[in-house]
Design a protein around this ligand. Structure first.
Ligand code: ZN
Length: 221
């Protein structure tokens, strides 16, 4: 039997679900039902991203621990999807024991393959956000939420050796072994690869509410 896998983004559980979340889930649900009708073995996943500085901050503001905070929200998310009749095969919460275990196993594998190295991450940090902000998201050089100038800071992080794999990924996309559609998204992906993107940091030194990276005391989501 032909397999068909589909996923939505996993929603960042710092607030209640809104119409935009429902939009992508309904979209995915329609596609999943269509593929099932065509006789395919369909696996459809959705979930919630429940770590990070913003969630830790919101939980602190509400005077509850982050786990309680996301537990409450995850219930609201799943109740909403049930009310809409969404038929996903699995709902993945990043604070669940099974997700933590597989994330750590995955990290261990790429670490053992020599693809994780220690480096320095330099970025713009907003004290109000307690997080890094991207230059392109600033408004007149200020954090759009806090109207303050972010500071340039460096932190020690671990990086994934993405550059090593890019030539192979690029070739597979060009040959059609990795299919991206529509064509405009395929071209966008290729131009990102060609724009000399660097390796990316996979840990956050300043974030404590995350999944610990076992080689060090740093956390990574
Ligand atoms: Zn800010």
């Amino acid at each position: 039997m032909d397999k068909f896998y589909i996923t939505t983004p996993i929603y960042y559980a710092s607030g209640k679900p809104h119409i935009g979340h429902a939009f992508s889930l309904i979209y995915a649900d329609v596609l999943a039902r269509w593929q099932k009708k065509k006789g395919k073995n369909v696996f459809f996943t959705a979930g919630t991203d429940e770590h990070g500085a913003k969630i830790a901050q919101k939980a602190e503001d509400a005077k509850i621990n982050p786990q309680e905070f996301v537990d409450e929200l995850a219930d609201i998310y799943t109740d909403t999807w049930h009310a809409l009749g969404i038929e996903y095969s699995d709902f993945i919460r990043t604070t669940s024991a099974r997700h933590k275990k597989s994330a750590q196993e995955f990290f261990k594998k790429i670490d053992e393959a020599g693809d994780i190295y220690e480096g320095e991450y330099e970025g713009l940090y907003c004290v109000g956000c307690e997080n890094f902000v991207l230059e392109r998201n600033l408004k007149d050089g200020l954090c759009p939420d806090h109207k303050t100038v972010p500071q340039k800071i460096k932190e020690k992080n671990f990086f994934f050796n993405l550059k090593k794999y890019l030539p192979e990924v690029k070739e597979k996309i060009i040959k059609g072994e990795i299919k991206i559609s529509p064509e405009s998204r395929k071209n966008e992906t290729l131009s990102i690869i060609e724009s000399n993107i660097g390796d990316f940091s996979v840990t956050r030194e300043s974030v404590k509410w995350g999944i610990p990276f076992l080689r060090s005391d740093l956390s990574g989501a």
